[in-house]
Design a protein around this ligand. Structure first.
Ligand code: NAD
Length: 301
C-alpha cells in the first residue's frame, strides 16, 4: 500500500489507538481525516498533528448515527477528493456487570458504538473507496476480546460486540476478494489508552454521558499496568497494510486460485507478547500461543 497522497478516515481519532493510527498514517504521508465525537479533543489532536507536510482535517462524528457518518464522508471527499483507507476504530468498553444486570440502555450503547459504528463505516466508506478503483484498505478495530470471553471479567457485552466486528471483517474480506481493497481486523491486547472512561462519550440519544467509577477504576489500573504504548499499534497498522501489498505482489491472483496466503507477520519483536499478528487462517487453525493468550491478537488478510 502506497500511503503518500492517499486519504484516510479514522474514527475515534481524538485519543488512544485511533490517534496513534492517525499519527502513523499522517507521518507516512497520508491525508488524514480525524473523526471523533469529542469536538474539542479532535480539533486539538489535529492541530498538534498538522506540523510539517501533514494534511489533516478534524471532523466531529457520532458513529452511532448513519447521517453523521455520511456527513463526515462528504467533508472528507470535499477536502481531499478520493477516500482510500477507512479505519473503523471508535469503541467503548462495557465491563464489570453481569449480563442479566446490564440495563437495556447500556446494550444499546455498546451495540450502537462498537457494532453499528462499524456497520455504518462499511456501508458508506467502503463504496467510497471502491468507486475510484485505486488501492485501498479497511481496518476494523476489534480486540483480543473478539476471540474469547475471559472468565471473571464480566465483559460479555464488550466481547460480544468485538466478535461481531471480527465477523463483519471476515465477511467483508470475502466480499472484497478480487478487488484491490484489503481488510484488517485489528485485535489488540491491553493498550494504555483512555478506554476505561468510554462512557464519558455516551451520545445524548443513547442516554447521555455517564461515569462508572468502580468498573472504570479497575480497567484504568489494568490498562496502565499492562497496556502497551498505542504508538506501537499505529505503526503496526501501517505494517499490516504494507505486508498485504507485498503478499499480493508475490502471489497475484491468489483469490482466483483459492490459495490461502502463507503469510504470517511476527510482531512480537515490536509489541511484545501482548500483541501478535497472524493471518486469519492461522487463527482458525488454532495455532497455540506461548503466552496463554488467545492465538491471535491481530488478524490480517
Ligand atoms: N485500549 C485497549 O486495551 C483496547 C484493546 C483492544 C481493543 N480496543 C479498541 O480500540 C478502539 C479504540 O479505543 P481506545 O482504547 O483507543 O480508547 P479511547 O477511549 O482512548 O479512544 C476512543 C475514542 O473513540 C471516541 N468515540 C467514542 N464514542 C464515539 C462515537 N459514538 N463516535 C465517534 N467517536 C467516538 C472517543 O471520543 C475516543 O476519542 C476501541 O474500539 C476499543 O474497543 C482497545
Amino acid at each position: 500500500m502506497e500511503f503518500s497522497g492517499k486519504t484516510a478516515i479514522v474514527t475515534g481519532a481524538a485519543s488512544g489507538i485511533g490517534l496513534a493510527i492517525a499519527t502513523a498514517l499522517a507521518e507516512a504521508g497520508t491525508n488524514v481525516v480525524l473523526a471523533d465525537i469529542e469536538k474539542d479533543a479532535v480539533e486539538q489532536a489535529a492541530h498538534r498533528l498538522s506540523g510539517t507536510n501533514k494534511q489533516v482535517l478534524p471532523v466531529t462524528i457520532d458513529v452511532t448515527q448513519e447521517q453523521s457518518v455520511i456527513d463526515a464522508l462528504i467533508e472528507a471527499e470535499r477536502r481531499f477528493g478520493k477516500l482510500h483507507i477507512a479505519c473503523n476504530n471508535a469503541g467503548i468498553p462495557m465491563h464489570g456487570t453481569r449480563l442479566v444486570d446490564v440495563p437495556v440502555a447500556d446494550w444499546s450503547f455498546i451495540l450502537g458504538v462498537n457494532v453499528w459504528g462499524v456497520i455504518h463505516g462499511i456501508r458508506h466508506f467502503v463504496p467510497a473507496i471502491l468507486k475510484h478503483g485505486e488501492a485501498g484498505h479497511v481496518v476494523n478495530t476489534a480486540s483480543v476480546a473478539a476471540t474469547q470471553n475471559r472468565r471473571g471479567t464480566n465483559q460479555g457485552p464488550y466481547s460480544m460486540s468485538k466478535y461481531a466486528v471480527l465477523s463483519l471483517s471476515e465477511a467483508l474480506e470475502h466480499e472484497l476478494e478480487g478487488t484491490n481493497v484489503g481488510v484488517t481486523a485489528l485485535c489488540p491486547g491491553p493498550i494504555a489508552t483512555n478506554l476505561a472512561q468510554g462512557a464519558r462519550h455516551r451520545p445524548d440519544h443513547l442516554g447521555g454521558p455517564e461515569t462508572r467509577p468502580g468498573a472504570e477504576a479497575v480497567m484504568a489500573e489494568r490498562l496502565a499496568r499492562t497496556g502497551i504504548d498505542p504508538k506501537l499499534v499505529g505503526e503496526r497498522v501501517i505494517d499490516a497494510q504494507q505486508d498485504l501489498l507485498r503478499l499480493r505482489q508475490r502471489r497475484p491472483g491468489r483469490h482466483d486460485q483459492g490459495a490461502a496466503p502463507p503469510h504470517r507477520v511476527g510482531a512480537r519483536d515490536k509489541l511484545g507478547d501482548a500483541v501478535l499478528a497472524r493471518v486469519l487462517t492461522d487463527w482458525k487453525a488454532g495455532t497455540p500461543s506461548t503466552t496463554g493468550l488467545p492465538p491471535a491478537s491481530m488478524l490480517l488478510r
